[in-house]
Ligand binder design. Sequence first.
Ligand code: HEM
Length: 282
Amino acid sequence: MSCPHNNNYRDMEDSIHTDFNEDMSYADYLRLDQVLSAQQPLSNQHDEMLFITIHQSSELWLKLAGHELTEAIGNIQNADFGHAFKVISRVKQIFIQLTQSWNILSTLTPVDYLKFRDSLGHSSGFQSYSYRKLEFLLGNKNAKLLKVHQSNDRVYQELNKVLVQPSLYDEVIKVLAKQGLKIDKDALSRDFSQPYQSNTSVLNAWLEVYRNEEQFFELYELAEKLVDIEDAFQQWRFKHMYTVQRIIGNKMGTGGSSGVSFLKKALDISFFPELFELRTHL
Ligand code: HEM
């Protein structure tokens, strides 16, 4: 039985603000006129709007993840593990959210996509600077990938800065040393623009942490949080590759790569290799 006071209608309350001639509104604060006018399909195909929306919303989440990881790096530098854990947990949830969005894109059939694919020209997610920044912050460094950003000086400089700086994992390795674990000098003062290579002293340090988890509880927790991020990131990489396979098969990418086989190679890249190796030795 329905409530006698409810006639399926909610009345406005008198206290609700309605005059935004002078006052800042929701749309003003969020710059919604800018955000919501940025969906500009280049074809007249219905599904291009989904394609644009999924990319733009992903870009916002990637930007936020970069913002959070930068904070986490600062927290680790200041030995503020509590805040680092909080922020790293958020990054994991962002990646879970991003991975979920592939299910929406999977409703785009190969035939639908082909109807507007030519409109994309050579543009590709490969040129996503927020994504590249995130990979660099996490430690997957590759100077060659800066090339595609040469036409945008601001982005190029920003990515170059992150490329040469220590990654999240480089900072964590410094913490291992600060806490008295034996780390080789060349693992601490390496050329940070180079891809991180697994190091035996780092592996042994993590083994000591995992074998004495009560003594090194914070480091142990930090390590498991990093594993959470890599896990979530790899699921995004996998679902991207698999969705791409579902939509374009083995065609080349619009960015010029071999497509799915190029994306598959990224699945072999680990941000924190020793954290996975140590599991074999426990
Ligand atoms: C129909 C949908 C999609 C297709 C067919 C597709 C295809 C591809 C392909 C083939 C590549 C390799 C580079 C190239 O040659 O273009 C690539 C890279 C990439 N795409 Fe997508 N993609 C799709 C959707 C998305 C979405 C929604 C995002 C979200 C931001 C995204 C982000 C990326 C990123 C970040 C890379 C670089 C990955 C890496 O460096 O390993 N893609 N995509």
